[in-house]
Design a protein around this ligand. Sequence first.
Ligand SMILES: [Ca+2]
Ligand SMILES: [Ca+2]
Length: 77
Amino acid sequence: MSDPNEFAATFAIIDVDGDGLISATELQQLMETLGADVREEFATHAIEVIDTDGDGLVSLAELTTFLQRPDTSSESE
Ligand SMILES: [Ca+2]
Ligand SMILES: [Ca+2]
């Protein structure tokens, strides 16, 4: 999956309120919709990982950068 249009489509799905930014709450709602039992801290942490400018919200550019990053194997538990 490396098509920018696909990222935009995915982003639009996650961005429920359509303000162009993904909040931890929206991410949590998405994962609950997908059937994952997600804690708020997990969603907040995931946002922090993707959020490169540190405003606490994920923009399409930040999501695209994150998804296109070749090496995402440096996860900590
Ligand atoms: Ca939003
Ligand atoms: Ca940000």
